[in-house]
Every structure is written in C-alpha cells, then in structure tokens.
Design a protein around this ligand. Structure first.
Ligand SMILES: Cc1ncc(COP(=O)(O)O)c(C=O)c1O
Length: 349
C-alpha cells in the first residue's frame, strides 16, 4: 500500500437504494426462515434471483457503471445527470463511446456486462481458460465482448488491467489494490442495498439476528455488510467472515496485520477462490469486530446440498455462510435464542 491509498469507506447507501428503486427489474430480495442445523431457525437472505442475474453481484457493477458514466459526463459537460436523463439519446450516444473492462470468474462479469448494456455502453470481459465456455455465452448474450486471457484468474486480472491501460477503457474491478480503490468502492456501495433492505425488515419485525455469516472472496460483500450492520442496525450481531481454507486471504491478512495473499490449491467454492484480498475490504473488516471461519471443500459442498434441499438451489460459494453455521453448530452447539442469518449469494446457473 502507498500512503496515498484512500481506504476509507463511507458509502452513500441511500443514493444506491434510490438508483435501484428506479429500475424496473429491482425488487427487495426475499428474507425467509429455514429450519437449519440442530432445528435452528435460520434467516436466509435469498440473492439467487437478484435482478434476473442470479446473484447479489447484480447490485455492484451495474451501479458502478452508471456512477462512472455520470462522473465522466459531468467532467466533460458540467451537467449533473438526473435519473430521468439517463435514457436520453445524447446520453446513450455518449455511453456508446465508453468501454468497461474486467476479469471475471463468474458473477462480477455478468454485472459489468448487464450494467454496460443497460446504459448503452460496451463491456469487454477477460476470462481465464478455466472458466467454462457456457459462461462466455451468457456474457455474449448480454452484449459483452469476451476475451480468453491466461490460464488462471490472476492472469485474467492482469490482462484486464493491461487492456484498460492500453485502450483507455475503464477498468471496473471488484477488488482493490494499491493505487486502485475508487471504482470498487462504488461496487461495494451498491451491495449496501442488501444490508439496508434487511435492516428495514428487521426493524419492522423487531426480531434481529444474533449472528451474521458473510462469505468472502476479495471481501467486498462482507465488508459492505459489516460496515452497514455496525453503522445502523439497532441490535448488534456477531459477524463471521467465511472463506475457503484454500483462499483465506482475509483471515491471513488479519493475522498478518496487513493485506496478505492467502495461498492454497484451487477451491470448488469458485467465487470465493480469491487469493488476494481487497485492501479496502480488509481495512473495513479490521474495524468491524469480525471473526473469521474457514471451510474445507467438503463443508462447502455439503452446505450447497443442504440449502438446495431446503428449497434454495445454490452452489458451494452461495451456501458458504450456511456451511460455517453448520460447522459452528456441530462444534459448539447453539443456544436456544440464537437466530443466525446467512446470505445465499448465488443460484445455480
Ligand atoms: C456468489 C458469490 N458469493 C460471494 C462472493 C464474494 O464476494 P467478494 O468477492 O466481494 O468477497 C462472490 C464474488 O464473486 C460471489 O459471486
């Protein structure tokens, strides 16, 4: 990190909520109760249908695309765009001159492609060889250009960075690193909508969760949730950040006292298989009094089967929070008054 890196995270979540409330395909995602391990009532925030994209990531990149376009337009013309202006022909003509690039192992690329398409901009997504072709087809169906770059995710990230540097396209990553933090903070600002939706529901019912399990890849989701929960939830739960053993970059960073790679083999919790933490997310989590849990591969797989059997079809990444809850219940049991909350972060494609 350099001294100039601004790690502060002060999201304008009302602005994000207003943005989505103006979208036709926005709806508050379901917050349901499941019979979990040991007969526990478990709150499950079901992100598997979010805005037709099948994952919470639909709230991140599309929001950032709109905010970046607004900022570039304002810089160019001085005009502050209203929501009503966004669909006007001159704005769409301008958007058509703008390209967003990213690397993706899954849902973030879908978010960038969908966000660019919605605004009339272009998207170019770098996929490592390991990403199935079916995913490339889904991206192309959203109008994105797909480029095969490198054998593994890290190599596709390097390719996306180089692409932006050489072509002048805008890099829209979900991770942050020294010298690159502003745009991913907008992605995280979009995720804050999830926590705000839940806060309103818990406020209305008066029954708050006692534990919140947050699965993490680079940490953007976990940090956005942790920040919001500590900021404005009336009753404070324990926060547990959940990572695969194979990619525990946030726990490793916590133990090292600085952002540190979490080394390991490839994980079948593919969306959580991030070896480098987001430096902004790391910093937020350090201030939010969280604890860390890591998962064996079979724990993620078993949780995906259990949650799917409970009626929400999901993957090991989507069920990782539930996996950590099951693990804790087996190891320590649970007090009767425990009311855990998990986020089912993606559906089965
Ligand atoms: C389904 C799913 N769950 C969790 C995560 C973790 O989010 P983050 O990388 O912001 O920690 C991702 C990231 O891609 C994801 O796609």
């Amino acid at each position: 990190m350099t001294r100039t890196d601004n790690l502060s995270f002060a999201p304008d979540f009302d602005r994000a909520l207003e943005f989505f409330q103006a979208q036709e395909n926005y709806a508050v995602s379901p917050l349901i109760e499941l019979k979990g391990p040991g007969g526990l009532n478990v709150y499950a925030k079901n992100e598997t249908q979010r805005m037709g994209l099948g994952a919470f990531k639909a709230l991140g990149a599309p929001y950032a695309v709109a905010r970046v376009l607004e900022a570039v337009w304002q810089e160019k013309t001085g005009e502050i765009l209203s929501a009503a202006r966004m669909g006007d022909a001159d704005i769409r003509d301008f958007a058509a001159t703008q390209t967003f690039v990213c690397a993706s192992a899954g849902n973030h690329g879908m978010g960038v492609a969908a966000g660019a398409q919605a605004m009339g901009a272009k998207a170019r997504i770098h996929l490592a060889k390991s990403v199935p072709e079916g995913f490339g087809d889904r991206l192309r169906a959203l109008g994105a250009e797909v480029v095969r770059s490198g054998d593994v995710y890290d190599e596709s990230v390097a390719a996306a960075i180089a692409d932006a540097e050489t072509t002048g396209a805008t890099l829209l990553a979900d991770g942050t690193w020294p010298g690159y933090t502003d745009i991913p903070k907008l992605v995280m600002e979009g995720y804050c909508v999830i926590a705000e939706e839940m806060r309103q529901q818990f406020q209305a019912s008066g029954r708050w969760p006692t534990h919140v399990y947050l699965q993490a890849g680079v940490g953007g989701l976990a940090a956005a949730m942790a920040h919001m929960i500590r900021l404005n939830w009336a009753e404070q739960p324990e926060l547990i950040v959940v990572e695969p053993n194979a990619a525990a970059c946030l726990k490793t960073s916590h133990l090292a006292g600085k952002p540190t790679r979490g080394e390991g083999p490839e994980s079948n919790m593919g969306r959580l298989d991030c070896k480098e933490p987001s430096i902004v997310a790391w910093d937020v989590l350090e201030r939010c009094d969280v604890r860390y849990e890591t998962l064996a591969e079979e724990e993620g797989k078993a949780a995906a089967e259990a949650v799917t059997a409970l009626g929400i079809a999901t993957t090991p990444s989507g069920a990782a929070g539930y996996a950590a809850l099951c693990k804790q219940t087996t190891e320590q049991g649970n007090a009767k008054e425990t009311r855990p909350l998990v986020i089912i972060s993606e559906g089965l494609a």
